[in-house]
Design a protein around this ligand. Structure first.
Ligand code: SF4
Length: 209
């Protein structure tokens, strides 16, 4: 049963580093919510309710403060889909504790409260159907990060440039069993479209969670 004032959290961990996008390399702590509104076939994130716990905003903040023992005061909020649970109570509790909030979303749901940095990583089903993604008037998108596999081409990039005109733009090769092809494709795309930049999953490369 849902308890009012609680959040279904999959894991809280740190200290680690943000591995992706414009803030790659920055120390931080992570808050991962359970539950997602999509079911991408290649998803490698366990966001199931199994093993998740319901806790309050003050309990979340207390754990993050304890983990953030070096005082980065940067929390990456992810999921699942974090927009499903993000609200003003948790936002205020984190900000009161001094945290800067960076969220990673699939871009399909409005936010119930502000964040300091919003990364939207659109999934392949939206590459040709961007009308199903919230646009620049509904979401203040800081960064668009497209995971590159065989579904991504120059037309895809043009579509997202128009959909998120003010966002920083990153291409990240998909780390599946065809990584080498995806990396080559990513580098070729960036070479031709230099307003996009390379994002690597640094945390995986250096063996951090
Ligand atoms: S949106 Fe993200 S977390 Fe949700 S199913 Fe797709 S890849 Fe997994």
């Amino acid at each position: 049963m849902t308890k009012p004032g609680t959040y279904l959290v999959k894991e809280i961990f740190g200290p680690t580093i943000q591995g992706e996008g414009a803030h790659a390399g920055r120390p931080c702590v992570f808050l991962r919510f359970a539950v997602c509104n999509l079911a991408c076939t290649w998803c490698d994130t366990d966001f199931s309710r199994a093993g998740a716990e319901r806790i309050t905003a003050s309990e979340i903040v207390a754990r993050l403060v304890e983990l953030d023992r070096h005082g980065s005061r940067m929390v990456v909020v992810t999921g699942g889909e974090p927009a499903l649970q993000w609200d003003q109570t948790l936002c205020s509790a984190l900000r009161d504790a001094g945290f800067r909030v960076h969220m990673e979303s699939n871009g399909t749901r409005p936010l119930g409260a502000p964040v300091d940095w919003l990364t939207v990583s659109p999934k392949p089903r939206f590459h040709g159907a961007r009308d199903r993604l919230l646009g620049a008037t509904e979401l203040s998108v800081s960064e668009c990060k497209v995971v590159v596999d065989s579904t991504v081409d120059k037309t895809t990039l043009t579509g997202y440039e128009q959909h998120y005109p003010d966002a920083s733009r990153y291409l990240q090769p998909c780390m599946d069993d065809q990584y080498e092809q995806h990396l080559s494709r990513t580098i070729a795309l960036i070479t031709e479209r230099p307003n996009w930049r390379l994002s690597l999953q640094l945390h995986k490369i250096v063996g951090l969670p």
